[in-house]
Design a binder for this molecule. Structure first.
Ligand SMILES: [Ca+2]
Ligand SMILES: [Ca+2]
Length: 163
């Protein structure tokens, strides 16, 4: 396989991501999503021991939630929730950052309509409304989850690409 992950890295410790925003629960949700994604990939053993080979440390530096597009009457048509997370993946033995990067995720939503009928491709996957099994439930909550899922999957892809 390509890349050069240090041979000494077999496990990872992922403490609760720091939340520098006022948005409730996103740090808990993002931390568990990242943990879950890494477990699914089966690339690194998850450990609760801080004396681990490596650690993933994160800070949610911003969460923005605001009008994204307007209709012909200048009413808000679409909102966008977006978050930025600074992530470092540290090789603890060599005290070296294997990844040091800011990840961004967003989800679009309408406050007037349900995600399954808002005409918005909320998760930006090219599938719309009733055709997309992922577009349902509380619109803002869905947008937050979409942003978090995107970041978690981007982080795991970054880790995989160092392999
Ligand atoms: Ca979609
Ligand atoms: Ca939709």
């Amino acid at each position: 396989m390509a890349g050069s992950i240090p041979a000494n890295i077999n496990n990872v410790y992922i403490p609760l991501i720091q939340n520098d925003t006022v948005e409730f629960e996103i740090a808990e949700n993002l931390t568990s999503k990242i943990t879950q994604e890494i477990a699914i990939q089966n690339i690194l053993k998850i450990t609760n021991n801080e004396k681990s080979d490596s650690s993933i440390l994160g800070v949610i530096s911003s969460a923005n939630d605001g009008p994204f597009s307007f209709d012909s009457n200048e009413q808000v048509d679409e909102y966008r929730f977006s978050i930025n997370v600074q992530i470092v993946w540290v090789d603890n033995q060599n005290e070296k950052n294997l990844i040091e990067k800011t990840f961004t995720g967003f989800g679009n939503y309408s406050i007037n309509n349900d995600p399954s009928s808002d005409g918005i491709d909320n998760d930006n996957d090219g599938i719309l409304d009733e055709n997309d099994d992922d577009e349902f439930g509380d619109s803002r909550e869905l947008a937050i989850n979409i942003a978090i899922n995107k970041i978690a999957s981007d982080i795991v892809n970054s880790i995989l690409s160092t392999w």
